[in-house]
Design a protein around this ligand. Structure first.
Ligand code: NAP
Ligand code: G3P
Length: 490
């Protein structure tokens, strides 16, 4: 498929109105691999008039798409999932190079996306409306009934992040399409080759011209224009809290679904299975070098079991493989950019200066940061609160579960938390008090399975994702009220 997408100079184009086009002024962005700086290709840097065209096209196409039967839409999605799987090898290679994710995780992202797309089609086919009798409300006569169905919203702007360039684009596109909307996808610049690839797969599966369009370009340059565009009816954004807050400040009267940053805590109580906790902490904290919103980002452990837990985590960290994902099967990969690696190092330096005990790692080679673990982290350290989006975990020792809950809740974020305990009452005690979208009991924090609700509170997001929730978020109820009259009645 790649051969059909790029020219001899490795230039990729945007999908607008069913055609692959460049921007009006032919400006481009070059995409380099975070692994070795090699040039992977270029994409158009679309300007405001290109954005206008993509949105206008989407608006026109949606008028027809909304009336395509659910069954026909679903068939297109089933075909999309099928094509995606046939392209797994090629797309895995592209993704590894573009975002430096390890081979196994790239392949599983693609498989998971195919499952997601299929499940979305199945779910949409089974969403039915409801009819509400009027007489359940006091004083209403029996002759009223509200028939409620779901209507699309119009044009969805889908903005995706770098870390799941296929999955977090598809998880906006597929439910958006099934709800009868058209889509304008603005992928992360680092990740845009994968985003365009996904668009090509949808197109090959039969998504009609104009129903799915792409706009590449730096968020810092076209972001404000596209998010405040009058033709956009809904914004579905995944990315940093900083950008998410900015979008919510400059937009008005446009509904938003936002999945943002996190500082997910793993809380380990006295009676926890410490082997289980250590395994989950290492897998949850360090996979893809911690570049996941749901990565475990701090450990809050009761003092009495802290030494044993630390020993187990350190020993499991020895099995983490660090290096170049193109050369070997690794867990720890180079971070997405030099800027990202610099930021992580700032947090490491701050922790060291303020007296945290460095147990493992703390070193850097280019953008590759060794898996790092700090003990005796205190609440005056930046690593206790800030999201590194890198392979660094702080251990904060606490005296009680209430202290753990308080520190967990003092965060500006509220995505997920995990609690490890063998006592169900303790699990509920903690879970009921945590200010987050999801609490995992005896497991690492994670988004899937993808039909579960996934949401962040506080600075971690607005609205709810998850297959059925996403379809509902990108549609609205439409009520038709039937007023029945008996013959002869006025
Ligand atoms: P990011 O820098 O916020 O970028 C996300 C997307 O927003 C990219 O497509 C980016 O485009 C675009 N963008 C940047 N500035 C914009 C603006 N002014 N207006 C509109 N769009 C703009 O985030 P990232 O570095 O890709 O991802 C890492 C962050 O995302 C972390 O904080 C992580 O926690 C969060 N995240 C959250 C979830 C979740 O589900 N809660 C999932 C994944 C990631 P460019 O690439 O062109 O700048
Ligand atoms: O960072 C992306 C976020 O949605 C996490 O997904 O599956 O890694 O928990 P997951």
């Amino acid at each position: 498929m790649l051969d059909k997408m790029r020219d001899d100079e490795n230039h990729y184009k945007n999908l607008v109105d069913g055609k692959w086009i460049d921007g009006n002024d032919n400006k481009t962005i070059t995409i380099y691999s975070p692994i070795d700086g090699s040039e992977l290709g270029s994409v158009p840097a679309m300007a405001s008039e290109d954005v206008d065209l993509a949105i206008e096209t989407a608006k026109q196409a949606q008028r027809h798409w909304r009336n395509v039967t659910i069954d026909e839409k679903a068939e297109i999605l089933y075909k999309t999932a099928k094509i995606l799987l046939t392209q797994k090898e090629e797309l895995t290679d592209l993704m590894m190079k573009e975002i430096a994710k390890d081979r196994k995780s790239c392949a599983s992202e693609i498989e998971r996306t195919a499952d997601f797309i299929r499940f979305t089609a199945d779910t949409a086919k089974n969403i039915s409306g409801e009819s509400i009798p009027g007489d359940s409300f006091p004083g209403v006569k029996t002759n009223k009934i509200s028939m409620v169905k779901r209507e699309p919203l119009g044009v969805i702007l889908a903005i995706s992040p770098f870390n799941y360039p296929v999955n977090l684009a598809a998880s906006k596109i597929a439910p958006g399409l099934m709800a009868g909307n058209s889509i304008v996808l603005k992928p992360a610049s680092q990740g845009s080759l994968c985003g365009l690839y996904l668009a090509r797969v949808f197109q090959e599966a039969g998504v009609p011209a104009g129903v799915l369009n792409t706009v590449t370009g730096r968020g810092s340059e076209i972001g404000d224009y596209i998010t405040t565009h009058r033709g956009i009816n809904f914004i579905n954004f995944t990315g940093s809290t900083e950008v998410g807050k900015h979008i919510s400040e400059i937009t008005s009267m446009v509904p938003l679904l936002m999945e943002l940053g996190g500082k997910d805590a793993a809380i380990i109580l006295k009676d926890a299975d410490l082997d289980l906790a250590a395994t989950n902490i290492v897998a949850g904290g360090y996979s893809y070098s911690g570049q996941r919103c749901t990565a475990v980002k701090r450990i809050l452990v009761i003092d009495e079991v802290a030494d044993t837990l630390v020993e187990k985590i350190v020993s499991k960290m020895e099995t983490l493989k660090v290096g170049n994902p193109l050369e070997q099967d690794v867990d720890i990969v180079p971070l997405i950019s030099e800027k990202a690696a610099d930021f992580v190092c700032e947090l490491i330096d701050d922790a060291k200066e303020k007296g945290a005990k460095l147990l493992v790692g703390g070193t850097r080679e280019g953008n590759l940061i060794a898996p790092t673990l700090f003990d005796n982290v205190t609440t005056d350290m930046r690593i206790a609160w800030e999201e590194p989006f890198g392979p660094v975990l702080p251990i904060i020792r606490v005296k009680s579960k209430d202290e753990a809950i308080q520190i967990a809740n003092d965060s500006e974020y509220g995505l997920q938390s995990a609690v490890f305990t063998s006592n169900i009452n303790e699990a509920f005690y903690v879970a009921n008090r945590l200010e987050v979208g999801t609490v995992q009991v005896n497991n690492k924090t994670e988004r899937g399975p993808d039909h579960f609700p996934f949401l962040g509170v506080k600075s971690s997001g607005i609205g709810t994702q998850g297959i059925r929730y996403s379809i509902e978020s990108m549609s609205r109820p439409k009520a038709t009220v039937i007023n029945l009259y008996e013959q002869g009645e006025d």
